[in-house]
Design a protein around this ligand. Structure first.
Ligand SMILES: [Zn+2]
Ligand SMILES: [Zn+2]
Length: 138
């Protein structure tokens, strides 16, 4: 875990994440691919996240359990936030200098289209495994 600071492209939003896990997850679900045009590379940042310039952040409720935040001025994607836990997942690209970055997990591996693949050897979870995991967590 390490602390990291970042900002959106235009600088209107500045973020300090106190506990960033450098073992990141790649999500292949259609929502993530529609949102960003590609799979979502996300680092888990927990709940100790300070956002400066919150007036410039727009949150879109993308599902019953989470919302996606972006800068209203420049469109930089800032976070995927779980409603219940308040935990943030943020794009790896916002933290290029984070020590120990490593692709650790791929979500919705069965939804991964055939037109790309990664060489990285990672853990994977299918849609069914993710649904079972979250249902048992409720
Ligand atoms: Zn911005
Ligand atoms: Zn996703």
């Amino acid at each position: 875990m390490s602390q990291s600071e970042t900002n959106c492209l235009c600088g209107a939003v500045k973020i300090t994440a106190e506990e960033v896990n450098p073992k990141f997850t790649v999500c292949h679900c259609q929502s993530c691919r529609s949102w960003g045009g590609a799979p979502f590379f996300a680092v888990q940042c927990g709940t100790k996240v300070k956002i400066h310039g919150e007036d410039h952040v727009k949150q879109y409720e993308s599902s019953a359990w989470a919302s996606r935040g972006f800068c209203k001025e420049c469109g930089t994607h800032l976070f995927f936030k779980f409603k219940q836990s308040g935990e943030y997942n943020m794009p790896v690209g916002l933290f290029p200098n984070l020590a120990g970055l490593e692709m650790d997990m791929q979500y919705f591996s069965d939804a991964r289209p055939s037109y790309y693949c990664f060489k990285n050897e990672t853990k994977e979870m299918t849609t069914a495994e993710i649904m079972a995991h979250f249902t048992s967590a409720l």
